[in-house]
Ligand binder design. Sequence first.
Ligand SMILES: [Zn+2]
Length: 479
Amino acid sequence: MTRGRLALHGHFYQPSREDPFSGLVPPDSGAAPYPDWNSRIAAECYGPNAAAGNFGRIGFDLGPTLATWLRRERPETHAGIVAQGQGHNALAQPFNHAILPLASVRDRRTEIRWGLRDFELRFGHRAEGLWLPEAAVDLLTLRIAAEEGVHYTILAPWQAATRDLDTRRPYRVEVGGGRNILVVFYDGPLSAAVSFEPGMTTDATRFAREHVAPRVSASLPDGAPPLALVATDGELYGHHHPFRELFLESLTNIPAEDRDFDVVSVGELLADPHRSHLPLMAIRDQTSWSCHHGVLRWSGECRDAADGRWKRPLRAALDRLAAAVDAVTEREAGEIGVDLWAARDAWVDVAAEFATAEEVVARILAAGLGLPPSRAARMAADPASSKRLVTLMRAQRSRLAMFASDAWFWDDPARAEAAQALRFAAHAARLVDELAGTHLEATLVADLGALRSPGTGLDGAALYARALRAVDQPVPSPL
Ligand SMILES: [Zn+2]
């Protein structure tokens, strides 16, 4: 008789709320009595769960944009989470939470590299698993992840290309080029109940007895112990559902003799060298965990929004801006002897706030660059080259950040999430225009004219002006 296993995974994430022009998080009255949402969710969820030691007893991913804010603003909570992620339980996450199947191939690789490097800087060891933003997946994304050294990910059951998936066991996906990635599909009904039925998570003992034990009581046909994986947004434990950090604490602390299953993380499970040969599974390309219409929620019209006609033109405008930023910055970098893409991949140390711009620029300029050492040294010492490279990298950093999935998730581009995407877009466009004399901002604004906010009737150009108001017409200082 093998004991079943319960694995809990929390996806902890907040987008970057820093204004790219000032670097500050603007106050948000919706988060009252806290000054902004990061502060509020830290008080309700990240802080209490870290204090209870919950991160050490579940599997989790901590989004780099959130982790960067925590390390700067709530260092004790950040340190607690990092200390609790020293086993196999913590996963990395692509840095800016872009929907990878909708991103360019080069952006996917950068997002994954940034996520893995961020994890290593933060946790002090390499990540084995990668949580994909919105669990959005296709075979190419999995292949790039495998090439970058990722061993496993977690997906929703409907992302498997079969009708008879058994979520009680892990699978292996062949991604091409002789590579594999392991996938654990979460228990759909159980995860949905934990996410959306507050009554499920009031009593941990009852939950264990009535909802977990029955799911993991029967062995698998090959005798392997069955698994129930509950994967949810981490913020439900204390923020979406108040005081559920106590539920998590109780559930993961039930004495082993009082329950019929073990509590593990997916990482521990897959790190077990004695695990049996995993069966093969194919995945459904362009699918996700929070849209049942593939990845349409972030790219076009699906039934999740009453009127989603604004989504495609917004993405088209940002895609066009990204292509233009890439063309100009690649050329400008080449003129100072720098490979833009290698430099961009190295910039994560600055984005994650583990190094200054000056340190990383010096490293990039000194890194050989295919130049004779004497010339490389001269370049590295040249203040004009350094300054230009910093500008190019800042433009690339904002151009990556503008693709955070949040702008498309909700019903209306008049919301704060889309405004933040537009500020990142403006920041990238203005840096490039100023450096190279281009007109990327004018093109962006013209392209944004093609979309309209269903709620306010404003077109994209008006939304852009509104998002940039604080930057373009700063409130005069009372002094
Ligand atoms: Zn949808």
